[in-house]
Design a protein around this ligand. Structure first.
Ligand SMILES: Nc1ncnc2c1ncn2[C@@H]1O[C@H](COP(=O)(O)OP(=O)(O)OP(=O)(O)O)[C@@H](O)[C@H]1O
Length: 582
């Protein structure tokens, strides 16, 4: 079968590696025999496809498709929703720097009982309500410098068409049947619960609200049929669920036994009608997960499932919170197997931002407002703090004092101050002009090697989604630059005659080259700040936008390049309480 259409070709063979057999897809194909659509290129294990070399030796661009959850529009976004999206954005930006063809999908999940209830509580109709809240998400993503490529709303006509086609495939496969169901239902999770998983008074452990007894005549998806296949697939692809401790959780759910689940609601009007039974609507999760596929359609395309698949499925990475792991790592793969489609390559379930130990969430109302944080502290501080402070995968609590201390110490002092004082010295002693190429300035100096080692460390951490460690490695470059500056003390060398002054002007080039490398390596996390650094180094916006990870190599700055007038790139945040941050 032909490789997926990747139209852009790279001139360099940098990203061209030999294609490799992908055991997961082969495994699945051999059992289902119904896999269709174009085959992805083989997995690199990190969620990217291997590229294919064309006959002239040029390399087709690798693809990297990353998704956030489609956020539920029962209430406006909060810092928890922003957290996943900021992390996805940093990963997407890093993969773009590597030269991949990235499709970054986000959007809003707009159907279901909770939405209808939220709309009526506001005295609005569901569609108006969805328009308003979906717009709030898009506005917030703009505020937060989120570089998404696709924003899908599950109320879009193309999405509805894809859901119906998918439903029909699963029906044809014989995996949908009709039955009565009675059980305890959590309206906030929009899910029937097992009594054993509930707290006292049948309260949902996530939302702390009692579940209600419900009986319905529904359509069911035969999840139990896929138990063995799921078990085997996951055993053969342990990287499918990450971090590893979440894989154990998923494996134990499957081992406990999978029960068929109801995929329609008779009592919910606000949803996509079940094909051939207009009295029922499709269960919100069976609908929303398909958004990852319908998002891939071009706006002017006929909504066709096979076509959507050919535009980028399977996703390289679903980034989600741990609350929706079961849907993504159990239900969704089984649904895809039933429809004869490839599984996503990786599902990463990160931890929760908590407030007083409880998950911050819309239903509990204990949220932190990202808009306010951005307004008060700026977008770079918000992005940097949450990615640096919370070990990606674990939970993390927010404290304003910690926030201020971290961003002041790292962004204002280590990075901003070093740049500012170096540019100040350059202006005073060298008319803001670099004396020599950075390559020449560092001749026989071991410093570039220190920087390059830290860059490699940062790269490895970005690739493993260890975003906090990636930030740490980049900050270590800043620390190394500060130590170099203090040891060399160029301000005093400039006073010691020509030879010492020549050495001092080379030292300034070395520090500024270090700043340039920091700006590239930190750009996935704090893109606006890094642009300001680049601008201070005398580059244009177009030059910044064309940067790749290759630009982390030593040797970018050239002799004669004129730096901008020194201007702080990150304003220190004033606070009443300030502690020393290690
Ligand atoms: N406290 C949080 N910490 C980290 N991520 C969160 C948090 N809250 C929400 N998210 C992100 O949003 C996803 C859930 O989206 P959803 O729109 O259901 O938000 P929610 O606030 O969790 O809603 P609810 O409180 O009604 O369950 C999570 O899987 C995660 O990606």
């Amino acid at each position: 079968m032909a490789a997926r259409v990747n139209t852009i070709t790279l001139l360099s063979s940098l990203h061209c590696k030999p294609t490799r057999f992908n055991p997961r897809q082969q495994y699945y194909r051999s059992r289902s025999r119904v896999l269709f659509g174009s085959q992805p290129l083989s997995s690199l294990g990190n969620g990217a496809y291997r590229c294919k070399c064309s006959s002239n030796g040029a390399a087709e661009m690798e693809s990297f498709v990353i998704t956030t959850p489609l956020y539920y529009v029962n209430a406006p976004p909060h810092m928890g929703s922003a957290y996943t999206t900021i992390a996805a954005d940093a990963i997407a930006r890093f993969q773009r720097l590597l030269g991949k063809r990235v499709i970054f999908v986000t959007g809003t999940d707009e159907h279901g009982e909770k939405i209808a209830a939220a709309a009526s509580a506001r005295g609005s109709n569901p569609m108006e309500h969805c328009n308003l809240i979906s717009r709030a998400y898009q506005n917030l993503w703009n505020e937060l410098d989120i570089s998404y490529d696709k924003f899908i709303r599950t109320t879009e006509a193309k999405h509805e068409a894809i859901v119906k086609q998918f439903y029909s495939r699963v029906l044809t496969k014989g995996d949908i049947y009709r039955a009565d169901y009675e059980g305890l239902y959590c309206i906030n999770c929009e899910e029937y619960k097992d009594e054993k998983d509930l707290l006292e008074n049948n309260c949902c452990p996530m939302h702390l609200k009692p579940c209600v007894q419900r009986m319905e005549d529904n359509y069911f998806f035969a999840l139990s049929k896929y138990q063995k296949l799921l078990e085997e697939t996951i055993a053969q692809n342990p990287d499918f669920v990450q971090p590893p401790f979440r894989l154990n959780e998923v494996q134990s759910w499957i081992k406990d036994g999978l029960k068929d689940f109801s995929i329609s609601r008779a009592s919910v009007e606000w949803g996509i009608p079940v094909p051939n039974d207009e009295k029922q609507t499709i269960y919100v999760w069976f609908d929303a997960l398909l958004g990852y596929i319908s998002a891939l359609l071009e706006d002017n395309e006929q909504p066709d499932l096979s076509k959507a698949i050919s535009f980028g499925w399977p996703a390289s990475l679903h980034l989600i919170g741990k609350d929706i792991l079961r849907f993504h790592a159990v239900y969704w793969p089984a649904m895809l197997m039933s429809a004869g489609l490839s599984l996503p390559m990786r599902v990463f379930g990160h931890g929760f931002l908590t407030k007083d130990g409880m998950k911050m969430g819309k239903s509990l109302g204990n949220t932190l407002e990202p808009n306010e944080l951005v307004e008060t502290f700026g977008v770079d501080a918000v992005r940097y703090f949450f990615l640096r402070e919370v070990e990606f995968g674990n939970d993390g609590d927010y404290s304003e004092d910690r926030f201020i201390n971290i961003v002041n110490a790292h962004l204002a002092n280590t990075v901003g101050n070093l740049l500012n004082r170096t540019l100040g010295l350059l202006r005073k002693n060298c008319q803001s002009t670099l004396a020599v190429d950075s390559y020449v300035a560092a001749h026989e100096n071991p410093f570039p090697e220190t920087v390059e080692k830290l860059v490699s460390k940062a790269q490895a951490h970005y690739e493993n989604l260890s975003l906090s460690s990636a930030c740490e490695a980049v900050l270590e470059i800043g620390n190394a630059g500060n130590s170099y500056m203090d040891e060399r003390a160029p301000w005093s060398l400039f006073k010691k005659g020509d030879t010492a002054a020549e050495a001092a002007s080379k030292d300034l080039v070395i520090i500024l080259e270090t700043m340039r490398i920091i700006a590239v390596a930190l750009s996935p996390v704090a893109p606006s700040l890094c642009w300001r650094i680049y601008e201070q180094l005398g580059y244009s916006r177009d030059q910044y936008d064309a940067v790749t990870w290759n630009d982390t190599k030593w040797g970018g700055l050239k002799g004669g390049q004129v730096m901008a007038q020194p201007k702080p790139v990150f304003a220190r945040i004033e606070s009443k309480v300030e502690e020393k941050v290690a």
